[in-house]
Design a protein around this ligand. Structure first.
Ligand code: CA
Length: 224
């Protein structure tokens, strides 16, 4: 299975080719650049999964500059290659945001292990991240706490958002007012069940009548 693209920016062709070889063996697609300008071009065009940057590069931009630039624009994982010990201090000290570094000479096997470790960490983080909930033309992003309807942002209060999200997360289930109070306001909140109705009314007003938010008489509400 293809593991994705990795860009290596390194002016020493022996090192670049060796890294290239080892990464290809692990099913990565590898693209090489010998200076930062060309590296930046390739990275912007190809959106790789990870970039490996040598610090000492020819031209006006070195690997540290490139790292800083990339970090200001994206979360792209970066491994720096350093030739001297004092560069290690700079990589760490400047807080460039590189994810890892290796000092030359390094074992290509070690580099591959570091690459895989970083990608594994990211994959684990990704699967923890809740996905957008999409229902027809309604989209709820739980991380950004944003609700859009036909790509238009809907302004909900914090509680209205929590309630809508809770309903959406329990799509298709009939939830009683007490369950909604417990789930959204928290167990031990001694509010009136009519609080739920008030918030539902606001959500309906803001999202319009097409919302698949059904009142189940004598019980509570169902979304979807
Ligand atoms: Ca170099």
């Amino acid at each position: 299975m293809e593991q994705g693209t990795i860009v290596i920016v390194e002016d020493d062709p022996h090192i670049a080719d060796l890294v290239d070889l080892y990464l290809r063996k692990e099913e990565f697609r590898v693209l090489q650049a010998t200076d930062a300008t060309r590296g930046l071009e390739i990275i912007e065009r190809e959106s790789p999964r990870l970039a490996i940057l040598d610090i000492g590069l020819p031209g006006s931009m070195n690997g540290l500059d490139l790292c800083k630039l990339l970090r200001s624009r994206s979360q792209l994982p970066i491994i720096m290659l350093t030739a001297r010990d004092d560069e290690v201090d700079r990589v760490l000290g400047l807080e460039l945001g590189a994810d890892d570094y290796l000092s030359k000479p390094f074992s290509p096997r070690e580099l591959v292990a570091r690459v895989k470790a970083i990608l594994r960490r990211l994959d684990a983080k990704d699967s923890d991240t809740p996905k957008d909930i999409v229902l027809g033309n309604l989209k709820i992003n739980s991380r950004a706490r944003e609700t859009t309807l036909d790509n238009e942002k809907i302004q909900l209060t914090a509680k209205e958002f929590d309630l809508l999200l809770y309903l959406a997360e329990h799509k298709g289930m009939v939830l009683s007012r007490q369950q909604l109070l417990d789930g959204v306001w928290g167990v031990g909140w001694y509010g009136d069940e009519r609080t739920v109705d008030v918030h539902i009314r606001q959500i309906r007003k803001k999202l319009g009548d097409d919302m698949p938010l059904t009142t189940i008489w004598g019980v509570g509400y169902r979304f979807g």
